[in-house]
Design a protein. Sequence first.
Length: 131
Amino acid sequence: MRKFLISVALVSTALTAAPALAQDYGHRGYDQRGDHRGDWNRGGPDRPAVNNLLRQLDQVESRIQRSLQRRAISFREAASLRREANDIRVRANVRGRDGLSGREFAQLQVRVNRLEQRLRFERRDDDRRPY
């Protein structure tokens, strides 16, 4: 009888503890998004940082146009630089639909910086032939 009572007590304890263990106490696990699946930020850059990146890209595009008008760069060089700027803008728009992650934002920032470097290089290479 004693073994029977001990086994009944163990089973009843296990059955009452199981629902309490299965409850979610606000821990979101590895995802950390919770119910905010549409949240665009997800640890990425804030909106002013993205706007600043796009403004920086606009400034580079206007410098490309100004350099072409001043004949500091050739038409072919300007076309290549514009193509790169357009590709950066398209990628920012496509990736930005869900919101940019920190890595994607950093990659776009690096590409804009490289585009600025290429423009400076093309202006200083003294290669203004209109081929």
